[in-house]
Design a protein around this ligand. Structure first.
Ligand code: DGJ
Length: 717
């Protein structure tokens, strides 16, 4: 292979470029990302869009070719992907191609472009992984310090992407505790729009690292060019969208550089988190389906395996329970017919029992008074009732009133000369300290060793970081935010090596930690402490844009004033469970719920592994309608929620989607209250997929009621 060798006067290394292979073309089923190396040895993004029939035409596509990963301090005037100050104080980075690789194996193509600074032995490797069938691309970056001294990274993006379109629309998803994932859409204008988090541990409490970026017009569910993007990082993140003077857009995603100038010692390599995105011409619905497919196949632990239904005791008892009360609750779980009982917060602590949220985090020993026979007894009792048993932990946290704190007051994040800053009366452990990592690992490991039949864990994290200072890190304080998240991953890595398939729910006081960095280790997440059925329609709708249904824990509780049917129908669109006082339910409610669990089990493979189609958005009409269709288009489930209704308000027929036009489907309303009949005119009848997708169903038949719902199953005949 012909190679070009370029020698630089003051640079000992040699840059090597494979001359006849100057393009990197990453193609998926429908899209392409193309880079080109030019004679100046720089690499440019040449194309990002729909796949072309002839790959030779990508370079003819026109549009501005922008440097792929722009270093600060050289000729560029906008937000850099990377800003480095070298060991000698030079604040610039000039990145030239030194090597590139591409390798296709089955569904996955991996590519890397190695860039070097001609004057400094700093190396940047841009990594790409494309997933052909899912139309998803993952990008991340490695920064290697080949210098003799420490360099400082001020910006270190996972990805930089360039766009050129007449208009750009951003859909973001944010909120707060109890109001997670509210969608907001706006047109971008010149300047920078930043979506970020500075909360550290409970990093996504105000905002989830996900977005849609529509190119041209604002995309609808079925139409429009867009990318859907998400950063796999459970700490502070930053997405920036900058339109320049020529209406070009650069999108940078990565760790939030805020208070995080990273000191990279000689010889060390910094690996950024992964930015995951999909490009489509077919609207947000297609973008969601692409991400869901990718997530189930590659992004989520055991993404193609079934999940368990469960009864949690948090909303029923909070921390006010004892052994007998719990065993009684098992009977409730049995009545509902769920698979597992999940014991929540309040089971631990002896010197400082966990009777309220002021004590005991860190003292993970069973409370002898509440549970004199121990966890093992509960596991057994559950098993005799045909139930599995799961347990809650919040291993990253510590209560000042705990034995752990008395033993290790230096194990917390805390600024010198500042008071401890409490949130929910607790502090964050200094997880960067390897001893703390060992402790956290041991908490879970000991529990599992003592009770090998524990079948589920809920891993909570109820506060963000303040007072962020790691006593362990000493001089390198600005590494704390990044190293905390990495330390969390290290612990999870160790746990997964030993317990590869134990289902673990990720929770952070609700959806305070929801990202694909964490979901490599978790099987589902808790979207919100707001379990009001009405609110949950919006919250789950939000998460389902980016995360598949089997990861979105959706529990039926007593929080809302809606009927048990409405609350159950809402939970069914995700991963259904309960958190309810079964002994306060009427016989009719129990009978309904027991049947609902059976119905859910029958439908769940369509919900978990099928394709999601959002038919009517609650942001556009006073109702929400969505459906799942299995991959063979043989079965589908429609979820229909009427949220509000005013006299004579027009609610038109709803056209279904994702069916086979040539198949005949039998329509059956399921999950009805005992003794009630479906009001659906089409119930029990057979219609072609063609009809259902072109004409649709009247999902507001008869006397329409606000806050009512229906679930409709379609089976191909
Ligand atoms: C916050 C979680 O979101 C709740 O479900 C519950 O587990 C509490 N923490 C327990 O403290």
């Amino acid at each position: 292979m012909k190679k070009i060798f370029i020698a630089f006067l003051s640079f000992t290394a040699t840059l090597v470029v494979h001359a006849q292979n100057k393009e990197i073309v990453l193609e998926t089923k429908n899209s392409a990302l193309v880079y080109v190396m030019k004679d100046n040895q720089k690499v440019y993004q040449a194309y990002l869009g729909q796949k072309l029939n002839q790959s030779s035409e990508y370079l003819k596509a026109g549009g501005p070719q922008k440097e792929a990963y722009i270093g600060a301090g050289m000729e560029d005037f906008f937000e850099p992907a990377i800003r480095v100050v070298h060991a000698d104080g030079n604040p610039s980075l000039d990145l030239r191609v030194s090597d590139q690789k591409i390798n296709k194996e089955g569904n996955i193509t991996t590519a890397s472009i190695t860039l070097k600074d001609p004057q400094y032995p700093t190396q940047v490797v841009l990594h790409f992984k494309s997933f052909f069938n899912e139309d998803v691309i993952k990008t991340w970056t490695e920064i290697r310090n080949g210098e003799k001294g420490t360099i400082t990274l001020y910006n270190y993006a996972s990805s930089m992407l360039h766009f050129s379109a007449p208009n750009y629309w951003l859909s973001q998803f944010d909120g707060d505790y109890m109001t997670e994932m509210r969608m907001k859409e706006s047109k971008l204008t010149t300047g920078i729009k930043t979506l970020d988090s500075k909360l550290g541990s409970r990093a996504h409490m105000y905002r989830t690292p996900v977005f849609y970026l529509s190119l041209g017009n604002l995309s609808t569910e079925k139409n429009g060019e867009l990318i859907a993007g998400t950063l796999g990082w459970s700490g502070n993140f930053q997405s920036s969208f900058e339109i320049d003077q020529s209406n070009n857009l650069r999108v940078i995603n990565g760790v939030n550089p805020y208070a995080s100038d990273y000191k990279l010692a000689a010889g060390q390599t910094f690996v950024t988190p992964e930015f995951i995105f999909t490009h489509t011409l077919n609207g947000k619905g297609q973008a969601t389906r692409n991400l869901h497919d990718w997530a189930r196949n590659y992004g989520v632990l055991d993404g193609m395996k079934p999940r368990m239904t469960l009864l949690n005791n948090w909303e029923a008892t909070h921390m006010d329970f004892n052994q007998d009360i719990l065993v009684e609750l098992f009977d409730g779980a049995k009545k509902l017919g769920v698979d597992l009982f999940l014991l929540d917060d309040g089971w631990f602590g002896n010197k400082y029992p966990r009777d309220a949220d002021k004590t005991a985090l860190g003292d993970w020993q069973t409370d002898q008074k509440k549970l004199p026979s121990g966890i093992g007894y509960l596991v057994k009792q559950a098993e005799t009732k045909g139930l599995k048993f799961g347990i809650w932990l919040e291993p990253e946290m510590i209560s000042p009133k705990s034995e752990l704190y008395e033993k290790h007051p230096d194990w917390i994040l805390k600024l010198p000369n500042r008071d401890e800053s409490l949130s929910r009366h607790q502090l964050v452990l200094d997880l960067v300290n390897p001893k703390v990592q060992d402790f956290v690992f041991k908490v879970v490991d000991d529990l599992m060793k003592e009770n090998p039949n524990i079948a589920f864990i809920k891993w909570d994290c109820n506060r963000p970081m303040t007072n962020t200072y790691s006593p362990y890190l000493k001089a390198n304080q600005s590494n704390t935010y990044v190293d905390y998240t990495r330390s969390l991953y290290k612990v999870l890595e160790r746990l997964r090596a030993k317990y590869p398939h134990l289902p673990i729910m990720l929770c952070a006081g609700g959806g305070g930690r929801t990202d694909y960095g964490a979901l490599k280790y978790f099987t589902e997440f808790w979207p919100s402490d707001n379990t009001d059925g009405f609110e949950r329609v919006f919250i789950q709708w939000g998460y389902l844009n980016f995360f598949p249904a089997l990861t979105v824990s959706s529990h039926i509780t007593s929080m809302g004033k809606q009927s048990i049917k409405f609350r159950t129908d809402v939970a069914m669109m995700g991963k259904m469970g309960y958190d309810i006082k079964v002994n306060k339910m009427t016989n009719e409610e129990i009978e309904f719920s027991n049947q609902a669990v059976k119905t859910y089990k029958k439908l769940s493979d369509v919900i978990w592994f099928g394709d999601l189609y959002r038919l009517i958005s609650p942001y556009e009409e006073p109702r929400a309608v969505l459906m799942y269709a299995d991959k063979n288009k043989n079965r589908a489930v429609v979820f229909n929620y009427i949220l509000n209704y005013r006299r004579k308000e027009y609610l038109g027929k709803v056209k279904l989607d994702g069916l086979d036009a040539n198949k005949q489907y039998k329509i059956e309303e399921v999950n009805l209250m005992p003794g009630t009949k479906s009001a659906l005119a089409e119930n029990g009848k057979v219609y072609s997929g063609d009809f259902l997708m072109k004409v649709g169903l009247n999902l507001a038949p008869g006397k329409v009621q606000a806050v009512s719902s229906s679930v409709i199953e379609l089976i191909a005949q």
